[in-house]
Design a protein around this ligand. Structure first.
Ligand SMILES: Cc1cc2nc3c(=O)[nH]c(=O)nc-3n(C[C@H](O)[C@H](O)[C@H](O)COP(=O)(O)O)c2cc1C
Length: 299
């Protein structure tokens, strides 16, 4: 089944679902499974330490699927983004999420290859700045999203950004079921990003204990704090408590501190990605039917 929006038509995908780029979670099997399920699989470029590793990963993805894929690119001097961009364009990456630096740096090259550039934003001010720099669309990262998150509810922020900027907006944060996707599309999102739910899948690169922690936690056990990275982000509270208890020599922040958003509420099994996406589509259909049944003519 397909769910059609302007976003799916432009990107050439079956479903308005982007499998989130997640640091140390989204690798080749994850991207391939999402693409084959009709969604857009994405990964963050910093997951690969060298451009050679990135090249090999892109080749592995392209051996398995020719469907559209996306990346999160950091446009900052610390990152070899020019080489990364060239490799991505060569491999036919058509969707770029910019989260650091100036997206205008890559617009011409991406557009020349038929791709699109969207910017992650958590405030209207960031959205207006990105629009002035020429991005094709915005990703409204709301409160409770996994990773670095905003402070505004996703269902409030998405239509607010769309109205004030006039750009297509992808909703991110707390969307992992079809009914939640229906709500996001209802308030004007052109697509959704799902992250947290996809940590607990067979194809995710998260450690088994991390996947299990996502299954076990409730949304009350997610804390938002800037303490870890300097910017507000969501974390499994237990992983922070465990980290503080362990002797410093045995701990590694990037390995032992686990980010996850409030969507842990809807993560109940470690399933294959194809199954999660199919369940989302089925649930979307039911949600739309349920809503349709609420419409009655006055007698
Ligand atoms: C563990 C984790 C790592 C993440 N790493 C990145 C990243 O490297 N780049 C990025 O653009 N977004 C990153 N995100 C944010 C996701 O791309 C996405 O916006 C978010 O997960 C959506 O909200 P949800 O988790 O409520 O579904 C990360 C999220 C999580 C949970």
């Amino acid at each position: 089944m397909k769910i059609r929006t302007a976003f799916t038509e432009t990107l050439g995908i079956d479903l308005p679902i982007i499998g989130a780029p997640m640091f140390l979670v989204s690798y080749e099997p994850y991207v391939i499974a999402l693409a084959e399920a009709g969604a857009l699989g994405a990964f963050p470029l910093p997951n690969y330490r060298t451009t050679d590793e990135l090249k090999q990963a892109l080749a592995a993805i392209r051996r398995a699927t020719s469907r559209p894929i996306g990346v999160n690119i950091h446009l900052h001097g610390r990152f070899p983004w020019k080489e990364q961009l060239a490799l991505c364009l060569e491999a036919g990456v058509s969707f770029f999420i910019s989260s650091l630096g100036n997206p205008a740096l890559i617009l011409d090259d991406v557009h020349a290859n038929g791709g699109r550039v969207y910017a992650d934003v958590i405030t209207l001010q960031q959205g207006l700045k990105a629009r002035d720099r020429g991005v094709d669309g915005l990703i409204a990262v709301g409160s409770g999203a996994g990773g670095h998150c905003g402070a505004i509810s996703t269902l409030v922020f998405t239509p607010y950004l769309a109205q004030k900027t006039g750009l297509p907006v992808v909703a991110a944060g707390g969307i992992s079921t079809g009914a939640q996707m229906a709500a996001a599309l209802a308030v004007g999102a052109c697509a959704v990003i799902t992250g947290t739910r996809l940590i607990a899948t067979q194809e995710s690169g998260a450690a088994p204990a991390y996947k299990q922690a996502v299954i076990d936690a409730g949304p009350e056990e997610i804390v938002t704090t800037a303490e870890i990275t300097g910017n507000p982000a969501t974390w499994l509270a237990k992983s922070i408590a465990d980290f503080k208890e362990r002797p410093a020599l045995e701990s590694k922040r990037w390995r032992d501190l686990w980010s996850a958003g409030q969507s842990v509420a809807q993560a109940e099994t470690i399933a294959p990605i194809g199954e999660v996406i199919r369940a989302m589509v089925d649930d979307y259909r039911l949600a739309v039917q349920r809503l349709d049944q609420t419409l009655t003519e006055p007698v």
